[in-house]
Design a protein around this ligand. Structure first.
Ligand SMILES: [Cu+2]
Length: 154
C-alpha cells in the first residue's frame, strides 16, 4: 500500500506535464467492432487520490487494434499509464496507445498498464460503477462500466 501511494503521487507530476496529449490521437476510420471489454474495475483510493482502472480487452479480429483514447464523465482526467520496473523501484509513464493483438487479449492489469483516473467529478466510493469510454484505432468506441472496488482489491 505504501508503495502504491508513493507511485501514485509520482504520477501526479507526470500527469500534469502531459495534460491532453491523448486527445491528439484521432482514431483512424475502419470498420468497427472487433474488441470487447471484460472484467473492468477501478481500485479506489481515499482522499481524492487518483484511482487506477483495469480491464481486459479481447480482439476477435484479424488485425491488431490500438486503444488510443480514454475518457470518463466521472473523472476530469483519464490517462493511459504504464508501470515500469527499474530494479527495486517502479514508476509510471504515460503512453499514447496500447495494442490489442489480433485474435488475442491485452490485460490492463496491476503491474502493467492502468488507466489513471483523476479529478473525480462527484463523490465515488467502492460499490459504485463508473463509465469509461475506450476508443480504438479502428474507430470503435466501447462505453464500459467499471466496478469501483476498495484499495485492498488485488
Ligand atoms: Cu498512473
Amino acid at each position: 500500500m505504501t508503495n502504491n501511494l508513493k507511485s501514485l503521487t509520482v504520477s501526479l507530476g507526470c500527469a500534469l506535464g502531459m495534460l491532453g496529449s491523448l486527445a491528439a490521437f484521432a482514431p483512424a476510420a475502419y470498420a468497427a467492432g472487433t474488441v470487447t471489454a471484460q472484467n473492468a474495475w477501478v481500485r479506489w483510493l481515499p482522499n481524492d487520490l487518483p484511482a487506477a482502472g483495469y480491464v481486459t480487452l479481447k480482439n476477435d479480429g484479424d488485425q491488431p487494434v490500438d486503444l488510443v483514447s480514454v475518457s470518463s464523465d466521472a473523472y476530469g482526467m483519464v490517462m493511459l499509464h504504464q508501470t515500469v520496473s527499474n530494479g527495486s523501484t517502479q514508476k509510471m509513464v504515460m503512453v499514447h496507445k496500447a495494442t490489442v493483438p489480433a485474435h488475442g487479449t491485452l490485460a490492463i492489469a496491476p503491474g502493467g498498464y492502468h488507466l489513471m483516473l483523476e479529478k473525480a467529478q462527484h463523490k465515488i466510493a467502492p460499490g459504485d460503477t463508473v463509465n469509461v469510454k475506450l476508443q480504438f484505432s479502428d474507430g470503435e468506441t466501447l462505453n464500459t462500466p467499471f466496478a469501483v472496488k476498495p484499495p485492498s482489491q488485488q
